[in-house]
Design a binder for this molecule. Sequence first.
Ligand SMILES: Nc1nc2c(ncn2[C@@H]2O[C@H](COP(=O)(O)OP(=O)(O)OP(=O)(O)O)[C@@H](O)[C@H]2O)c(=O)[nH]1
Ligand SMILES: [Mg+2]
Length: 597
Amino acid sequence: MKQENIRNFCIIAHIDHGKSTLADRILELTGAIDKRELKSQMLDSMDLERERGITIKLNAVQLSYKCNNDLYQLNLIDTPGHVDFSYEVSRSLAACEGAILVVDAAQGVEAQTLANLYLALDNNLTVIPVINKIDLPSAEPERVITELENIGFNKEDIVLTSAKTGQGVEELLKKIIEVIPSPKGDRKNKLKALIFDSIFDSYRGVITSIRVVDGEVHVGDIIKMMETNASYDVVGLSINNPKEQEVKVLHAGEVGYLYASIKSISDVHVGDTITLEKDPAEESLPGYKPMKPTVYCGLYPIESNKFEDLRESLEKLKLNDAALTFEPETSKALGFGFRCGFLGLHHMEIVEDRIEREFGIDLIATSPSVVYEVELTDKTKIMVDSPTKMPKRELISKTYEPYVKCSIFTPSEYIGPLMELCQDKRGTFLNIDYIDTERVTINYELPLSEIVYDFFDRLKSSTKGYASFDYEVIGYKESNLVKMDILLNGEIVDALSVIVHKDFAYKRGRVVVEKLKEIIPRQLFEVPIQAAIGMHVIARETVRALRKDVLAKCYGGDITRKKKLLEKQKKGKKKMKQIGSVKVQQEAFLSILSTKE
Ligand SMILES: Nc1nc2c(ncn2[C@@H]2O[C@H](COP(=O)(O)OP(=O)(O)OP(=O)(O)O)[C@@H](O)[C@H]2O)c(=O)[nH]1
Ligand SMILES: [Mg+2]
């Protein structure tokens, strides 16, 4: 294929605005897939994506399209819309020259529409604005056109489509050919190929998704990874159209898969540049900025002998989810596991789910926490991403926590409940923007830890799911934070410790203590359950002891005899309490850790 006839583009949008459905129509129109074989959201190939109806992973396909009697190669990348997977979007953008920005004709411009648009502009991409779902009765294309004009687009450039009926899709394809530039690289230059994604395959080893920027790569070439210095023989190259199809060569401008029997996972870094060993490029491509996790939690295998398996699965998963971070951690209550970092709560949920499904390891996750900053009395500052790393209270002089600026897009009838929720979560009101008479954006500053706790559930329930929510971390603010421990029979259960704002510690403590009381089975001795800050107990419940009726056989008889029996029982229990320890079932942990008020 002539390089001038190649178009690389991705589809970006806010969640659910119809990217994957639009990709279906493009697959259909270009004849890549027979109408009868087409499932909806064809490119959402993971089970998890299909069940949840959302895209989690970027997905690249190569299509051929005949336009003005010329054949074109279209490399399309479908991306996720949810904010937690924006790393997938930014990696896709770096492999493209153009982006299709899809906006729902009924919803209009939303938080991720703007965020993704700015990402595309930062990467110098040509952006084609598309208003989708014009078939909906509630569609208001005129209003959305004005919104798009307000963010800098021209009315003439906007394409109106319905990914459901196919209306406007042909026009969109013509526009893509017309306005998106062909790739710039040079086939004669030394090979430079960007690894923008990867996956582990048990037969072929690591398969990388590459965008060839300069030069060309053939099956049989010896390649070198510029960052990790590893070299390998190229065993195979292929494209996805959307069935995998082997090819012999990938040229500058093209997108495809490369595999080279790579078994050692650490040799492959997403963002690295592939070049030829015998004739290497001088400079590597800029690659990607690593993402900083915003939410952490501990992941432990339920079966403790699965620790090494868990390590391996995290490594393999990281190939396919470059935003995931992890390091080993131990807990007295849960054994060996990993402290993992995620881009958000949804990301966390998906990772847990993928480990259980794809690798068959059952997990326990500790409560999510954010990264706190602690200034010690000797003026040094440390970052604390886990309650177990919190220094003793005497050593701390100040504590800081991350704050976010959040914008909630909502129908105006929910302003009241939403403001109440934000106040409740220690929020500071910033302002309300009236988009039109029915929709507003409420802006608040909130501690990230409050969002991590149970914000989403409450947001959903107080707005019947109509509000959409976006946040960006704005930095650290001083805050009165304490570590709250949970003690069972006087012993700290490390997996249940949390860092909380002092004013909220009592409330959080009560919830956990009451919940624990419900699930801990009665023992032969009395078990106190306490929530404590340092030595100071702030909440307590007691699981009463099982009691054998020692007086059962003592008919009538003398009162002193009864007293003696009871006294003996009491002594026995006291002794038992000293030596007895409380075994907490794993299920009990699970139910506590998923505590939702
Ligand atoms: N009526 C109508 N519904 C549409 C249209 N396009 C998409 N939908 C529906 O909108 C919902 C979301 O579509 P998707 O294609 O999964 O949206 P997406 O942008 O890929 O979502 P994420 O990848 O999760 O961000 C689905 O129920 C689609 O059937 C359209 O043009 N008209
Ligand atoms: Mg999608």
